[in-house]
Design a protein around this ligand. Structure first.
Ligand code: GLU
Length: 467
């Protein structure tokens, strides 16, 4: 496999969508797995769709995901290269591969309306195609440059993900390359930059497939070597509709603020359309760089499954807390400032699917629990032994000098043995006393997270509830 030199080319029209993050990841992995290069290019020539600051937020989201491009520090912004695109557009005019068009908007609209009425697909009527208008005879702002597309024939796109796809050239319009405001269109800027940046593999989302024949014609018009093309399949919601806001979070920033870890998002989106050919589900970015193969991308759309993301996120939360990674600490501190180390440990054991959910749990846990007294009695126990257990636990807690997982565990075990009780007689009511819930982390973990004073207070409260 040759070294893939590719790019991710987002338009700054909003936050980084999860689908675009996957495009970025696949392009990144294609490059890294073949010893190639991965570049970032901001396609900001459509000023009407520009969203203030979104270019910086896209870069920030990429950094957060750890998808660091090789041109970090020299990211390409198309709006800074306008002169170059214009030069190339006029070069094509010079070569007879493109032409100056001075048709007014009114005229184009009228042509369009007529074609629609006649039931033919609307396209440029071709008034200026053979007119050979000279650039020196037109005023700035009063012309566009159009590509002279072949009128007949077929073109085959050899797509490395999807196979060969044939397009009928007679259906393709004479594309505008340079707009009247002097800005390039997407087609021109994209092809010029891909050539200038030495891109040998154009990898992008499926929605750009229909632009590819136009791009191929453009490459040919310039006389440039063609890159290879690959288009990634779409991501759909579980109901097979387009993934949109009504399905929940869609941008990387939203997932971040809900408490998903970058490792989890990367791992999850990698599996949306890439088949690792094993049952294994957990991959770090470094492992993906080793394992990824472009041949193992699926042509069929991928289905977004939030449960899968949650379970992967649970895995990373647990793993990272266990390894005491500072990253997860600082992330949860963004959500819950005064989290203690013991509370953090509880999160690492609690099977939480998001950090936000975990933070909410901690906040809830800090509140005095409210529950019916009957919940304190385990189903195979009775009130008398429950009271006995809680009183003995209160004594043990009171005299405990060093509040640790080991000591709390020992204290509860001693209460079982010393009073000839069962585990259920003791662990159950303590857990309910501490959490107020039938399902929760273990009483030991809860007690450590709550601290000695609060745990003792709750056990005493349980005793008075039962009395
Ligand atoms: N600017 C396009 C986008 O927002 C890039 C398409 C391409 O990669 O050529 O997706």
């Amino acid at each position: 496999m040759k070294s893939i030199i590719t790019r991710f080319a987002p338009s700054p029209t909003g936050e980084l969508h999860i689908g675009s993050a996957r495009t970025a990841l696949f392009a990144y992995l294609a490059a890294r797995s073949t010893g190639g290069k991965f570049f970032l290019r901001i396609e900001d020539t459509d000023r009407t769709r520009y969203v203030e600051g979104s270019d910086q937020r896209l870069i920030e989201a990429m950094n957060w995901l750890n998808l660091i491009p090789d041109n970090k520090g020299e990211i390409v912004f198309q709006s800074k290269r306008l002169e170059m695109y214009k030069k190339f557009a006029l070069e094509l005019v010079e070569k007879g591969q493109a032409y100056i068009c001075v048709c007014s908007k009114e005229k184009l609209d009228a042509d369009r309306a007529e074609m629609e009425k006649a039931g033919v697909p609307p396209r440029y009527a071709g008034h200026c195609r053979e007119a050979r208008i000279n650039i020196d005879d037109v005023k700035e702002g009063e012309y566009v440059v159009r590509l002279k597309m072949p009128k007949t024939g077929k073109i085959v796109v050899h797509d490395i993900v999807r196979g060969d796809i044939e397009f009928d050239l007679s259906l393709l319009d004479d594309q505008v390359l340079l707009k009247s405001d002097g800005f390039p269109t997407y087609h021109l800027a994209s092809v010029v930059d891909d050539h200038e940046m030495g891109i040998n593999s154009v990898l992008r989302a499926e929605e750009w497939l229909s632009s590819t024949p136009k791009h191929i014609i453009l490459y040919q018009a310039f006389g440039w070597e063609l890159p290879q093309f690959g288009h990634f399949s779409m991501i759909l919601a579980p109901d097979r509709s387009k993934l949109s806001k009504r399905h929940g979070a869609t941008s990387v920033e939203q997932f971040r603020s809900e408490g998903y870890l970058p490792e989890a998002l990367i791992n999850f989106v990698a599996l949306l359309g890439w088949n690792p050919k094993t049952d294994r589900e957990i991959f770090s970015l470094a492992e993906l760089e080793q394992e990824f193969k472009i041949e193992n991308l699926n042509k069929a759309p991928a289905i977004f499954d939030i449960q899968k993301l949650n379970s992967i996120n649970t895995h990373y939360i647990t793993e990272l807390v266990r390894n005491q990674k500072s990253e997860v600490r600082s992330q949860i501190k963004n959500i819950l400032k005064d989290i203690s180390d013991d509370e953090l440990d509880l999160i690492g054991r609690g099977g939480f699917s998001t950090l936000k959910g975990a933070a909410d749990y901690i906040l809830e846990l800090r509140k005095e629990p409210d529950y019916p007294a009957t919940m304190l009695v385990f189903k195979r126990s009775e009130k008398k032994s429950t009271l006995l257990a809680l009183r003995a636990v209160a004594d043990k807690f009171e005299s405990e000098e060093e509040w640790s997982t080991f000591n709390v565990q020992k204290a509860l075990e001693y209460v079982v043995i010393e009073n000839s009780l069962t585990n259920g007689d003791v662990f159950w009511p303590v857990r309910v006393a501490l959490s107020g819930a039938e399902k929760s982390p273990s009483p030991v973990e809860l007690a450590v997270a709550l601290g000695k004073d609060e745990s003792l207070k709750r056990v005493k409260k349980a005793i008075s509830k039962l009395n």
